[in-house]
Design a protein around this ligand. Structure first.
Ligand code: AKG
Length: 272
């Protein structure tokens, strides 16, 4: 086993890995910001594109299929890989948005934990800009209790946070230069603070899973096969986006979101 993989398995994460050169980062960031400007007044559509980025933005789909990103993912998950979701986490300069301590797999309605998240920095992720923080070794336990806060400053869908104490002193700051990525396990405790820097903090999270996983509800969500084969057919395999926010892709993505909401927001009605 390579030493970085041993590290990943022990800590539940690994970083930094350099994956995009400066010119490519600049190009991707410019494309993202052009899309944001174009759909500035259509906040609903912009939110859909940010949250389901590889289904609606061609350059994001391209990133999810890049071999220098997929190769380490293959070492963790094996040759057969789907992208279950990809979304941007953007914090504007000097704003109060943050991400509470959580474990990713808590609300995804998946049957197992054969998942790894790649987080690609499109701007500098520093302590000042509110980079991610991980608690080493917390992926080896199980999913612990979370409580919903619905705090509007929290970028998570239901403002969910760990219902157990986290010792901030154990936290490792995931400092990344633009074009570098981190990899983390879906059970590792993680979160991030506010952006106190003068630049936007832009990260692209890509959720890679193995095709043997399935949703716990009896409905298929969409996924894209980016490596190997899928012999299980547990997900609706969809193609790369036809274009930027293509109307047919928008319809399909909204249909997929309606299914995802059943587990992402499960139990919310009873609690509010
Ligand atoms: O972008 C962040 O600060 C947190 C992202 C996150 O929670 C994730 O990618 O799982």
């Amino acid at each position: 086993m390579s030493s970085w993989l041993a590290d990943y398995e022990k800590q539940g994460y690994y970083f930094p890995v350099s994956v995009l050169d400066a010119a490519t980062v600049q190009r991707y960031r410019a494309e993202l910001e052009a899309m944001e400007a174009r759909y500035q007044t259509d906040t609903d559509l912009k939110k859909l594109a940010i949250g389901q980025a590889n289904s609606l933005i061609p350059f994001v789909d391209e990133i999810t299929r890049a071999d220098n990103i997929l190769n380490p993912v293959r070492e963790i998950l094996g040759p057969n890989i789907l992208v279950w979701n990809s979304s941007f986490f953007i914090k504007e300069p000097h704003t109060e948005n943050f991400i509470s301590w959580h474990q990713d797999l808590t609300y995804w309605g998946l049957t197992d934990s054969h998942e790894v998240t790649v987080w690609v920095a499109l701007s500098a992720a520093t302590v000042q800009s509110g980079c991610m923080k991980f608690i080493p070794g917390t992926h080896t336990g199980s999913i612990v209790g979370h409580r919903d806060t619905f705090d509007e400053k929290n970028l998570l869908s239901r403002g969910q946070e760990l219902a157990v104490d986290v010792n901030e002193e154990d936290a490792v700051d995931v400092v990344l230069k633009p074009g570098e990525m981190s990899l983390h396990h879906g059970q590792v405790f993680h979160g991030s603070n506010t952006n106190k820097s003068n630049d936007r903090r832009i990260g692209l999270a890509i959720r890679y899973i193995t095709p043997d996983m399935q949703q716990t509800i009896n409905e298929k969500t969409d996924a894209k096969l980016v490596s190997g084969v899928d012999e299980f057919h547990h997900f609706n395999l969809t193609d790369a986006p036809r274009g930027l926010l293509d109307p047919e892709d928008i319809v399909a993505t909204r249909r997929d979101i309606a299914i995802r909401q059943k587990f992402l927001m499960a139990g919310v009605d009873q609690k509010t």
